[in-house]
Design a protein around this ligand. Structure first.
Ligand SMILES: *Cc1c(COP(=O)(O)O)cnc(C)c1O
Length: 345
């Protein structure tokens, strides 16, 4: 495949288009009305996801924002607080949903590239029966951590957080939009995660390459509550089986290949590390590369300069630029990117 003059789009792993094989299963999917619980393909996807994680049930939703927000809504009550890292997606990128949907506040922790610790969590939990304080009703982790450059947790550290939560009777939620990126690196299994969390959100529309879709996975009672709120939010959908078929296909065929995305991300890191205008690169652990440009250059100007070469990235904070590798970024694209970068002054 050659890609002369074509844009190399590394803005996000959400930009992928369904493969031909994925389109074929979507086309052929048996469907029904999911609000009536009649869509066999949606039901099959939900059953499959719940079984993978060894949890009772799953709920197919249009976005990861919705699955996270439903979990927060179910676990909290008005006046609660949610403990999370200060760079969490649930706090930074979900439109203030914790406040808007759940009338709850946050306790923001300063993690290591977004990874918080059991002792930080323990200290942040509100004292019992203190009328001055919000009531801590949820701890939420993100794995891999987007704003932390795709960093992933050591599972023992999650186990320690789990223990603190259990002692206080506080549920633990996982924003696992990119959990599979962590799993292919560590060799851990979805079941191990199912045992550690009270609810898990995974995205099918990121590295797994689906056009749409996320799943909220958890106990039966919790998922049935989430289903009510999904309807309230306008998320009850009908012949969603066409989309669920893509999800089943992705879980079967697009998980192991994530390793390739990680390898290419590392190579992109190496390419930028050699450039004079680059100050440093965050460690490249999975499929996200965060480049810090020198103080004299603004992140906006750098993104614009790359765009002139047909390389698309996003700004990611002061002097920071983010690249994300994905299913539609091949070795040919990488080679082409190398060539184009070598012409940049
Ligand atoms: C993408 C993402 C989500 C969900 O985003 P949607 O665009 O609403 O599907 C949630 N958490 C993290 C960490 C993400 O990267």
């Amino acid at each position: 495949m050659s890609i002369p003059n074509r844009t190399i789009d590394l803005r996000s792993d959400t930009i992928t288009k369904p493969t031909k094989a994925m389109m074929e299963v979507m086309w052929d999917a048996p469907v029904g009305d999911d609000v009536f619980g009649d869509d066999p393909t949606v039901n099959a996807l939900q059953t499959k996801a719940a079984a993978m994680f060894g949890m009772e049930e799953a709920l197919f939703c249009p976005s990861g924002t919705m699955t996270n927000q439903l979990a927060i809504r179910v676990h909290t009550q008005p006046g609660s607080d949610v403990i999370c890292d200060k760079h969490s997606h649930i706090y930074l990128y979900e439109g203030g949903g914790i406040m808007l949907n759940s009338l709850s506040s946050v306790k923001l922790l300063d993690g290591d590239r977004g990874r918080i610790t059991a002792s930080q969590v323990g200290e942040a939990i509100s004292p019992e029966n203190d009328v001055h304080a919000t009531r801590t009703r949820l701890v939420s982790l993100e794995n891999t951590m987007n704003k932390g450059g795709g960093a992933y947790y050591d599972i023992d550290d999650i186990g320690a957080i789990r223990q603190v939560c259990q002692e206080k009777g506080i549920p633990l939620h996982l924003d696992g939009a990119r959990l599979f990126n962590a799993l292919v690196e560590t060799g851990e299994t979805p079941e191990q995660y199912g045992q550690l969390f009270d609810s898990i959100s995974i995205c099918l529309s990121k590295g797994l390459g689906c056009p749409v879709g996320s799943l909220l996975i958890g106990p039966k009672q919790m998922i049935s509550e989430a289903k009510r709120f999904r309807k309230v939010m306008g998320g009850g959908w009908r012949q969603a089986g066409f989309l669920a078929a893509a999800g089943i296909y992705a879980l079967d065929h697009h998980v192991h290949r994530l390793k390739e995305d990680h390898q290419r991300a590392k190579e992109i890191g190496t390419l930028f590390a050699q450039r004079a205008e680059v100050e440093d690169i965050l460690p490249v652990d999975t499929n996200i590369v965060i480049v810090r440009v020198n103080h004299g250059i603004s992140e906006k100007d750098y993104v614009a300069k790359l765009a002139e070469l047909g390389i698309q990235a996003v700004t990611f904070g002061k002097h920071l630029v983010r690249f994300v590798t994905h299913l539609d970024f091949t070795d040919d694209h990488l080679e082409e990117m190398r060539k184009r970068l070598s012409t940049m002054s």
